[in-house]
Design a protein around this ligand. Structure first.
Ligand code: AMP
Ligand code: MG
Length: 407
């Protein structure tokens, strides 16, 4: 049994970075950016109007108000998308719509509400003095040419998609999705939807793995539930080792008589780096490597499998795709947390804000077979080893489940 820290550093030495590929912007959501995005033009890219109204020379509107409007001669219409070939002389104005180029010579926009309106096409009365620069969005006021907009390694969400579109990226370079094989083992496992016979249980873990893999940005290309039998196990694994960047299994790596996963992996030439880790749940945790495949053998108990994926596999997928290291939060325990003498302890938990502080509590269902402990959870709480339980008021590490919120 090796300590968690040591196991992490062993895994890190074997991570291979994903390649890159080009995708259309419409397909870029939830991918990881593989290039820095640099502004190739300023934003706004030209002076333009922030309001529907009239482009004027501020000096021509000086002293004007409701009782003493100034009348300006209209010399054109600048609409959004029009090329902006209008020039104003003294006493002249042009209709100018939101987003349209500011005509030459104009230095302010009088919004239409402060004028006699758009109906007369020869002249307009202005009812309010326009100050220089009023309602004009200046070229470059938001972004300068050459600014770094989005850094390589950023997870592409709606926040990034909009800016990529704004700067004209029709396609972008992203990390290739790690190709993953997931499998469960056990004669007792039955697919949801089918009636159970005595002694059988439903396969939950592969559904969890598939969902987690997709959320992490990876792609499941092989998936199967395999009986406790060496032959089908061997067939699945030998194909997975040839075609996948990562193999993740649940079950069949403990001390049971029918736990064949480790044996078969070794027979197929996988190099074992460790098998047992000082953690609870999930001590019988196997990590090995094939030629260019990482193999994570997680124990079958559903909580061990789920937490194992989030604590061990998810961070590795992040690194493979070039995401920056994850930052954990620290919260204050509202109830005690059962620390272990020689093992790190993980439990599903709930974190929330209370009087401006981040507080948390572990699920009261502590068994590694009790998957309903995840239902109320928005995080995984993790403690280092320790002689006694952590007490209410003490701090603990919070691994927020990325698709959950803290309220
Ligand atoms: P194992 O690691 O194979 O000894 O399995 C440990 C426990 O997890 C046993 O009670 C199994 O029935 C259960 N288990 C294994 N795989 C799954 C699965 N895919 N879904 C739900 N429970 C499972
Ligand atoms: Mg089993």
């Amino acid at each position: 049994m090796i300590p968690v820290k040591e196991a992490k550093s062993i895994i890190h030495k074997h991570i291979l970075l994903s390649g890159t590929e080009t995708v259309l912007l419409k397909d870029a959501g939830n991918r990881i950016l593989a290039q820095d995005i640099i502004a190739t033009f300023p934003m706004p890219s030209f002076d333009n109007s922030a309001m529907d109204g009239f482009a004027v020379r501020a000096v021509d509107t000086k002293g004007t108000d409701q009782s003493l409007p100034v009348t300006l001669k209209m010399v054109g219409v600048s609409s959004a998308g029009s090329p902006g070939d209008i020039t104003l002389g003294p006493g002249e104005c042009a209709q100018c719509m939101t987003g349209a180029i500011i005509p030459n010579g104009a230095d302010a926009i009088a919004m239409v509400e402060d004028t006699s309106g758009f109906s007369d096409t020869d002249s307009v009365q202005i009812f309010q003095e326009a100050k220089i620069g009023k309602h004009i969005r200046k070229k470059g006021e938001e972004i300068q040419d050459g600014d770094v907009l989005i850094s390589k390694g950023t997870h592409i969400t709606p926040n990034e998609i909009g800016t990529l579109a704004t700067f004209g990226y029709g396609e972008i370079s992203v990390a290739q999705k790690p190709r993953i094989a997931i499998f469960g083992t056990g004669d007792e496992l039955v697919e949801p939807g089918i009636e159970l016979k005595p002694g059988q249980i439903y396969n939950s873990n592969l559904y969890i793995f598939a969902e987690l893999a997709e959320k992490s940005g990876a792609e499941v290309i092989m998936r199967d539930v395999i009986k406790d039998d060496r032959k089908p196990l061997r067939a699945f694994l030998s194909k997975a080792l040839k075609t996948c960047d990562m193999v993740i299994s649940s079950g069949g790596v403990s001390m049971g008589r029918f736990d064949y996963v480790r044996d078969v992996l070794m027979e197929l030439g996988v190099q074992e780096h460790f098998w047992k880790v000082a953690q609870k749940p999930g001590k019988p945790f196997f990590f090995g490597t094939g030629e260019s495949t990482l193999i994570f053998g997680l124990p079958g108990n559903p909580v061990s499998s789920y937490i194992g994926f989030m604590e061990w596999v998810w961070p590795v997928l992040d690194v493979m795709m070039g995401k920056p290291e994850q930052n954990f939060l620290t919260g204050i325990l509202k109830v005690s947390f059962p620390r272990e003498k020689v093992k790190c302890r993980f439990l599903f938990g709930k974190a929330w804000m209370e009087d401006g502080k981040l507080v948390c509590k572990p699920s009261s269902k502590m068994g590694s077979h009790m998957l309903s402990s995840s239902l109320e959870a928005n995080c995984i709480l993790g403690s280092e080893t320790g002689e006694s339980s952590l007490q209410p008021g003490e701090e603990i590490r919070i691994n927020v489940l990325p698709w959950k919120n803290i309220k």
